[in-house]
Design a binder for this molecule. Structure first.
Ligand code: AMP
Length: 291
């Protein structure tokens, strides 16, 4: 497995692969790899001839410096995970390589996708994401890139960016991988203390309760959101960032839910922010629900 820190090295390698007729599939990550990332890498292997994984904790997408500082870093273990999964090249650029002194160009998707959920609660977040993803596409020159459905707003914004900028990259969305108790895997889960980890299962449980209410005929979005909120807010040290019913097309808030809507949520457990969502009327989440 190759490892590159310099942009030129990664670009030369990618160029050689393309000249040899290989299809490059790409998985951008911020490291602290878990089974969710592994599933994207497996998907990448089935979509291309060679797989590139990038590991870069992108400072421009953090609106909170403490969150950036606390983001888990475990490069040696990540390297081993990539090696064991048969990744061909790991791109680990330095911050200085990606954002040298004098850097002043940013990519921003505007419009409805930027007016709800994480775009509102984390100002500038998606501008940082789009800038780094487009820059990584320019360097890695992949044929396709795999993103997780867990970060649904992110992947919809990236699809919009790629389409609007005519980037020649196919965007593939892979399903959310969960723990046995239903909690979506996230690098941030490592930062949960034992109590918060136990309480965090209320996120998928609350989503599933709202889903069950929807399936039983409830269409009032406020009531669906309340079903979720009641479930998570019964614990201490929990803050609800948002719980919104939005339409899947434009992420516009819906007062009345329909089967083209998701319930998307962001919740702080003792300061650690977790996000998740459920497609209303869609498959159930694997959670235990008591009567
Ligand atoms: P991150 O390292 O958190 O920036 O995530 C890198 C990629 O992994 C993104 O495309 C995420 O959507 C995806 N991802 C994160 N968690 C999961 C999960 N539980 N299941 C599937 N994909 C995930």
């Amino acid at each position: 497995m190759e490892q590159f820190e310099q942009i030129d090295e990664q670009r030369s390698w990618s160029l050689a692969q393309r000249q040899a007729g290989k299809r490059i599939s790409f998985v951008p990550t911020m490291g602290a790899l878990h089974a969710g990332h592994a599933s994207l890498i497996e998907r990448a292997k089935s979509e291309g001839d060679v797989v590139v994984v990038s590991i870069f904790v992108n400072p421009t997408q953090f609106d909170n410096p403490d969150d950036l500082e606390a983001y888990p870093k475990q490069m040696e273990r990540d390297w081993e995970v990539c090696q064991s999964l048969g990744v061909d090249a790991v791109f680990v650029p330095t911050k200085e390589a990606m954002f040298p002194n004098g850097y002043c160009t940013f990519v921003e998707v505007v419009g409805p996708l930027q007016e709800s959920l994480c775009a509102v609660s984390r100002p500038g977040h998606f501008r940082g994401v789009c800038t780094v993803v487009q820059k990584l596409f320019n360097i890695v020159q992949p044929d396709c890139a795999i993103f997780g459905q867990k970060d649904l707003q992110q992947v919809l914004i990236i699809q919009r960016m790629v389409s609007d900028l005519s980037s020649p990259v196919e965007i593939i969305v892979a399903p959310t991988i969960r723990e046995d108790d239903g909690l979506a895997l996230s690098s941030r889960n490592q930062r949960l203390d034992d109590e918060s980890r136990a309480n965090a299962v209320s996120v998928p449980r609350g989503l599933e309760l709202a889903n069950q209410a929807f399936k039983a005929g409830e269409r009032n979005s406020n009531k669906l959101m309340t079903a979720f909120a009641n479930e998570v807010l019964m614990y201490e040290n929990v803050d609800l960032d948002y719980a919104d019913v939005v339409d899947l097309d434009g992420f516009v808030e819906c007062e009345e839910a329909n089967d083209h809507c998701i319930l998307a949520v962001a919740v702080f457990f003792n300061g650690v922010r977790l996000i998740d969502h459920i497609h209303l009327g869609g498959p159930s989440l694997p959670v235990a629900i008591e009567d």
